[in-house]
Design a protein around this ligand. Structure first.
Ligand code: B12
Length: 220
Protein backbone atom coordinates (compact mmCIF):
# COMPACT_ATOMS: atom_id res chain seq x y z
CA UNK A 1 0.00 0.00 0.00
CA UNK A 2 1.46 3.34 -1.06
CA UNK A 3 1.92 5.96 1.65
CA UNK A 4 0.04 9.27 1.53
CA UNK A 5 3.36 11.08 1.46
CA UNK A 6 4.59 9.18 -1.62
CA UNK A 7 1.22 9.68 -3.35
CA UNK A 8 1.48 13.43 -2.74
CA UNK A 9 5.05 13.38 -4.03
CA UNK A 10 4.05 11.66 -7.28
CA UNK A 11 1.03 13.96 -7.82
CA UNK A 12 3.18 17.03 -7.22
CA UNK A 13 5.79 15.60 -9.59
CA UNK A 14 3.18 15.17 -12.33
CA UNK A 15 1.89 18.70 -11.72
CA UNK A 16 5.44 20.10 -11.91
CA UNK A 17 6.24 18.07 -15.04
CA UNK A 18 3.31 19.66 -16.91
CA UNK A 19 4.15 23.17 -15.68
CA UNK A 20 7.84 22.71 -16.59
CA UNK A 21 6.84 21.06 -19.91
CA UNK A 22 8.99 18.07 -19.10
CA UNK A 23 7.63 15.20 -21.22
CA UNK A 24 10.17 12.71 -19.90
CA UNK A 25 9.35 13.37 -16.24
CA UNK A 26 5.64 13.25 -17.01
CA UNK A 27 5.96 9.82 -18.63
CA UNK A 28 8.30 8.45 -15.96
CA UNK A 29 6.16 9.65 -13.07
CA UNK A 30 3.00 8.32 -14.71
CA UNK A 31 4.66 4.92 -14.91
CA UNK A 32 5.77 5.26 -11.28
CA UNK A 33 2.19 6.12 -10.30
CA UNK A 34 0.97 2.88 -11.89
CA UNK A 35 3.83 0.75 -10.52
CA UNK A 36 3.43 2.09 -7.00
CA UNK A 37 -0.36 1.97 -6.86
CA UNK A 38 -1.59 5.56 -7.26
CA UNK A 39 -5.09 5.54 -8.75
CA UNK A 40 -4.76 6.43 -12.46
CA UNK A 41 -7.74 8.81 -12.40
CA UNK A 42 -6.31 10.65 -9.41
CA UNK A 43 -2.93 10.91 -11.15
CA UNK A 44 -4.59 12.46 -14.21
CA UNK A 45 -6.90 14.88 -12.44
CA UNK A 46 -4.87 15.86 -9.36
CA UNK A 47 -1.51 15.63 -11.11
CA UNK A 48 -1.53 16.32 -14.85
CA UNK A 49 -4.79 18.32 -15.19
CA UNK A 50 -4.07 20.32 -12.02
CA UNK A 51 -0.73 21.26 -13.58
CA UNK A 52 -2.54 22.46 -16.69
CA UNK A 53 -4.74 24.71 -14.52
CA UNK A 54 -1.60 26.34 -13.15
CA UNK A 55 -0.33 26.75 -16.71
CA UNK A 56 -3.54 28.69 -17.42
CA UNK A 57 -2.68 31.07 -14.57
CA UNK A 58 0.83 31.57 -15.92
CA UNK A 59 -0.63 32.35 -19.33
CA UNK A 60 -3.09 34.82 -17.81
CA UNK A 61 -0.18 36.54 -16.02
CA UNK A 62 1.75 36.62 -19.31
CA UNK A 63 4.54 34.52 -17.89
CA UNK A 64 3.75 31.80 -20.44
CA UNK A 65 2.73 32.30 -24.07
CA UNK A 66 1.23 30.00 -26.72
CA UNK A 67 4.48 28.07 -27.45
CA UNK A 68 4.79 27.16 -23.75
CA UNK A 69 1.12 26.11 -23.65
CA UNK A 70 1.74 23.72 -26.52
CA UNK A 71 4.77 22.21 -24.81
CA UNK A 72 2.81 21.83 -21.55
CA UNK A 73 0.02 20.09 -23.47
CA UNK A 74 2.62 17.67 -24.94
CA UNK A 75 3.87 16.91 -21.43
CA UNK A 76 0.31 16.29 -20.24
CA UNK A 77 -0.38 13.94 -23.15
CA UNK A 78 2.91 12.03 -22.54
CA UNK A 79 1.62 11.05 -19.11
CA UNK A 80 -1.98 10.62 -20.18
CA UNK A 81 -1.02 8.00 -22.80
CA UNK A 82 0.43 5.84 -20.03
CA UNK A 83 -2.35 6.37 -17.50
CA UNK A 84 -5.36 6.26 -19.87
CA UNK A 85 -5.72 2.45 -20.17
CA UNK A 86 -5.78 2.13 -16.38
CA UNK A 87 -8.57 4.60 -15.62
CA UNK A 88 -11.56 2.86 -14.12
CA UNK A 89 -15.05 4.20 -13.89
CA UNK A 90 -17.39 3.61 -10.99
CA UNK A 91 -20.27 3.73 -13.45
CA UNK A 92 -20.77 0.83 -15.84
CA UNK A 93 -23.29 1.42 -18.59
CA UNK A 94 -22.40 -0.46 -21.72
CA UNK A 95 -25.24 0.12 -24.12
CA UNK A 96 -25.20 3.89 -24.47
CA UNK A 97 -23.70 5.91 -27.33
CA UNK A 98 -22.35 9.44 -27.30
CA UNK A 99 -21.18 11.89 -29.96
CA UNK A 100 -18.69 14.45 -28.74
CA UNK A 101 -16.46 17.24 -29.95
CA UNK A 102 -15.07 20.71 -29.39
CA UNK A 103 -17.15 23.29 -31.20
CA UNK A 104 -16.29 25.26 -34.31
CA UNK A 105 -13.53 27.86 -33.97
CA UNK A 106 -12.05 26.18 -30.91
CA UNK A 107 -9.00 23.91 -30.96
CA UNK A 108 -8.79 23.26 -27.20
CA UNK A 109 -9.29 19.52 -26.73
CA UNK A 110 -7.53 18.45 -23.55
CA UNK A 111 -10.68 18.72 -21.41
CA UNK A 112 -12.84 17.06 -24.06
CA UNK A 113 -10.34 14.19 -24.29
CA UNK A 114 -10.45 13.69 -20.51
CA UNK A 115 -14.24 13.57 -20.64
CA UNK A 116 -13.98 11.05 -23.49
CA UNK A 117 -11.70 8.83 -21.43
CA UNK A 118 -14.32 8.70 -18.66
CA UNK A 119 -17.10 7.67 -21.05
CA UNK A 120 -14.80 5.07 -22.65
CA UNK A 121 -13.93 3.71 -19.22
CA UNK A 122 -17.63 3.45 -18.35
CA UNK A 123 -18.15 1.27 -21.43
CA UNK A 124 -19.96 3.74 -23.68
CA UNK A 125 -19.48 3.82 -27.44
CA UNK A 126 -17.89 7.20 -28.12
CA UNK A 127 -17.97 8.91 -31.51
CA UNK A 128 -15.33 11.61 -31.15
CA UNK A 129 -15.54 14.29 -33.83
CA UNK A 130 -12.35 15.97 -32.59
CA UNK A 131 -11.94 19.72 -32.33
CA UNK A 132 -13.02 22.76 -34.35
CA UNK A 133 -16.08 20.75 -35.41
CA UNK A 134 -18.48 22.37 -37.86
CA UNK A 135 -21.86 23.23 -36.35
CA UNK A 136 -23.84 20.83 -38.59
CA UNK A 137 -21.56 17.84 -37.94
CA UNK A 138 -22.98 17.08 -34.49
CA UNK A 139 -26.54 16.58 -35.72
CA UNK A 140 -25.31 14.61 -38.75
CA UNK A 141 -23.24 12.27 -36.60
CA UNK A 142 -26.04 11.83 -34.07
CA UNK A 143 -28.37 10.84 -36.89
CA UNK A 144 -25.82 8.45 -38.42
CA UNK A 145 -25.08 6.71 -35.13
CA UNK A 146 -28.47 7.07 -33.37
CA UNK A 147 -26.56 8.17 -30.27
CA UNK A 148 -28.26 8.81 -26.94
CA UNK A 149 -26.17 11.83 -26.05
CA UNK A 150 -24.38 14.70 -27.80
CA UNK A 151 -21.63 16.36 -25.74
CA UNK A 152 -20.14 19.72 -26.64
CA UNK A 153 -16.98 21.30 -25.31
CA UNK A 154 -15.87 24.94 -25.60
CA UNK A 155 -13.00 26.73 -23.89
CA UNK A 156 -13.58 30.20 -25.22
CA UNK A 157 -16.29 32.76 -24.54
CA UNK A 158 -16.37 33.34 -28.30
CA UNK A 159 -16.62 29.72 -29.47
CA UNK A 160 -19.26 28.73 -26.90
CA UNK A 161 -21.67 30.97 -28.78
CA UNK A 162 -21.97 28.20 -31.39
CA UNK A 163 -23.68 25.95 -28.85
CA UNK A 164 -27.32 27.15 -29.02
CA UNK A 165 -27.37 26.60 -32.78
CA UNK A 166 -25.92 23.10 -32.40
CA UNK A 167 -28.53 22.30 -29.73
CA UNK A 168 -31.27 23.50 -32.07
CA UNK A 169 -30.03 21.36 -34.98
CA UNK A 170 -29.59 18.22 -32.87
CA UNK A 171 -33.02 18.59 -31.26
CA UNK A 172 -34.55 19.02 -34.70
CA UNK A 173 -33.18 15.61 -35.71
CA UNK A 174 -34.21 13.97 -32.42
CA UNK A 175 -35.77 15.88 -29.50
CA UNK A 176 -35.05 12.96 -27.15
CA UNK A 177 -31.27 13.19 -27.44
CA UNK A 178 -29.64 14.44 -24.24
CA UNK A 179 -27.27 17.34 -24.85
CA UNK A 180 -24.44 17.89 -22.39
CA UNK A 181 -22.11 20.88 -22.48
CA UNK A 182 -18.91 21.72 -20.65
CA UNK A 183 -15.66 23.64 -20.70
CA UNK A 184 -14.14 26.34 -18.49
CA UNK A 185 -16.36 29.31 -19.50
CA UNK A 186 -19.64 27.38 -19.09
CA UNK A 187 -21.94 27.16 -16.09
CA UNK A 188 -25.18 25.30 -15.47
CA UNK A 189 -27.06 28.56 -16.01
CA UNK A 190 -25.44 29.18 -19.39
CA UNK A 191 -26.05 25.55 -20.33
CA UNK A 192 -29.76 25.91 -19.58
CA UNK A 193 -29.99 29.21 -21.44
CA UNK A 194 -28.48 27.46 -24.49
CA UNK A 195 -31.18 24.80 -24.35
CA UNK A 196 -28.76 22.05 -23.27
CA UNK A 197 -30.06 19.33 -20.96
CA UNK A 198 -27.06 19.13 -18.67
CA UNK A 199 -23.66 20.38 -17.65
CA UNK A 200 -20.72 19.06 -15.66
CA UNK A 201 -17.78 21.08 -14.47
CA UNK A 202 -15.25 18.26 -14.73
CA UNK A 203 -14.55 14.89 -16.31
CA UNK A 204 -15.06 13.06 -13.02
CA UNK A 205 -18.70 14.07 -12.82
CA UNK A 206 -19.51 13.97 -16.53
CA UNK A 207 -20.72 10.35 -16.83
CA UNK A 208 -22.75 10.34 -13.61
CA UNK A 209 -24.33 13.68 -14.46
CA UNK A 210 -25.20 12.51 -17.99
CA UNK A 211 -26.89 9.38 -16.65
CA UNK A 212 -28.90 11.56 -14.24
CA UNK A 213 -29.97 13.82 -17.12
CA UNK A 214 -31.07 10.84 -19.25
CA UNK A 215 -33.06 9.41 -16.34
CA UNK A 216 -34.73 12.80 -15.78
CA UNK A 217 -35.67 13.08 -19.46
CA UNK A 218 -37.20 9.58 -19.47
CA UNK A 219 -39.42 10.49 -16.50
CA UNK A 220 -40.84 13.56 -18.22
C1 B12 B 1 -3.81 24.72 -23.08
C2 B12 B 1 -4.44 25.95 -23.67
C3 B12 B 1 -4.26 26.18 -25.05
C4 B12 B 1 -3.58 25.16 -25.97
C5 B12 B 1 -4.62 24.04 -26.27
C6 B12 B 1 -3.98 22.69 -26.50
C7 B12 B 1 -5.03 21.62 -26.66
N1 B12 B 1 -4.70 20.60 -27.44
O1 B12 B 1 -6.11 21.66 -26.11
C8 B12 B 1 -3.26 26.05 -27.23
C9 B12 B 1 -1.85 26.57 -27.12
C10 B12 B 1 -3.43 25.36 -28.58
C11 B12 B 1 -4.23 27.21 -27.03
C12 B12 B 1 -4.57 28.07 -28.05
C13 B12 B 1 -5.33 29.22 -27.85
N2 B12 B 1 -5.82 29.68 -26.68
CO1 B12 B 1 -5.81 28.67 -25.03
N3 B12 B 1 -5.72 27.97 -23.32
C14 B12 B 1 -5.19 26.88 -22.85
C15 B12 B 1 -5.36 26.85 -21.31
C16 B12 B 1 -4.06 27.37 -20.69
C17 B12 B 1 -5.68 25.52 -20.66
C18 B12 B 1 -6.91 24.77 -21.22
C19 B12 B 1 -6.87 23.35 -20.69
O2 B12 B 1 -6.42 22.44 -21.35
N4 B12 B 1 -7.27 23.16 -19.41
C20 B12 B 1 -7.18 21.87 -18.70
C21 B12 B 1 -8.44 21.02 -18.91
C22 B12 B 1 -8.28 19.70 -18.15
O3 B12 B 1 -9.54 21.72 -18.35
P1 B12 B 1 -10.87 22.10 -19.21
O4 B12 B 1 -10.50 22.23 -20.62
O5 B12 B 1 -11.56 23.20 -18.52
O6 B12 B 1 -11.75 20.77 -19.13
C23 B12 B 1 -12.37 20.29 -17.95
C24 B12 B 1 -13.78 20.86 -17.71
O7 B12 B 1 -13.97 22.13 -18.26
C25 B12 B 1 -14.71 19.80 -18.23
N5 B12 B 1 -15.12 19.81 -19.64
C26 B12 B 1 -14.47 20.26 -20.73
N6 B12 B 1 -15.19 20.03 -21.84
C27 B12 B 1 -16.31 19.40 -21.46
C28 B12 B 1 -17.40 18.93 -22.20
C29 B12 B 1 -18.48 18.32 -21.54
C30 B12 B 1 -19.64 17.83 -22.31
C31 B12 B 1 -18.45 18.20 -20.12
C32 B12 B 1 -19.60 17.59 -19.41
C33 B12 B 1 -17.36 18.67 -19.38
C34 B12 B 1 -16.30 19.26 -20.06
O8 B12 B 1 -14.01 18.59 -17.98
C35 B12 B 1 -12.61 18.80 -18.24
C36 B12 B 1 -11.79 17.87 -17.37
O9 B12 B 1 -12.09 17.97 -15.99
C37 B12 B 1 -6.58 27.84 -21.13
C38 B12 B 1 -6.66 28.53 -19.76
C39 B12 B 1 -7.86 28.10 -18.93
N7 B12 B 1 -8.00 28.74 -17.82
O10 B12 B 1 -8.66 27.26 -19.31
C40 B12 B 1 -6.32 28.82 -22.30
C41 B12 B 1 -7.49 29.61 -22.89
C42 B12 B 1 -8.72 28.72 -23.00
N8 B12 B 1 -6.98 29.95 -24.22
C43 B12 B 1 -7.31 31.14 -24.62
C44 B12 B 1 -6.94 31.72 -25.85
C45 B12 B 1 -7.30 33.18 -26.03
C46 B12 B 1 -6.27 30.97 -26.84
C47 B12 B 1 -5.85 31.46 -28.25
C48 B12 B 1 -6.81 32.39 -28.97
C49 B12 B 1 -4.46 32.10 -28.08
C50 B12 B 1 -3.85 32.70 -29.33
N9 B12 B 1 -3.59 33.98 -29.22
O11 B12 B 1 -3.64 32.04 -30.30
C51 B12 B 1 -5.71 30.11 -28.98
C52 B12 B 1 -7.08 29.65 -29.51
C53 B12 B 1 -7.06 29.01 -30.80
C54 B12 B 1 -8.44 28.45 -31.11
N10 B12 B 1 -9.03 28.92 -32.18
O12 B12 B 1 -8.98 27.63 -30.38
C55 B12 B 1 -8.18 31.84 -23.57
C56 B12 B 1 -9.65 31.93 -23.98
C57 B12 B 1 -10.25 33.28 -23.65
C58 B12 B 1 -11.68 33.36 -24.04
N11 B12 B 1 -11.98 34.04 -25.11
O13 B12 B 1 -12.53 32.83 -23.41
C59 B12 B 1 -7.84 31.04 -22.27
C60 B12 B 1 -8.98 31.02 -21.23
C61 B12 B 1 -6.57 31.68 -21.65
C62 B12 B 1 -6.79 33.09 -21.12
N12 B12 B 1 -6.90 33.27 -19.82
O14 B12 B 1 -6.85 34.04 -21.89
N13 B12 B 1 -4.67 27.30 -25.74
Amino acid sequence: MISKKRTREILKGLYDAVVAYDEKASAELSQAALDEGVDAYEAVMNGLAAGMKQVGQLYARQEYFVPELLLCADALYAGLEILRPHIKSNVQETKLKIVMGTVEGDIHDIGKNLVKIMFDAAGWTVYDLGRDVKIERFAEEQKRTASDVVALSALMTTSMLAMPRIVELVKKVDPNVAIMVGGAPLTLEIAKSYGADGYASNAGEAVQETIKVIAGMKKE
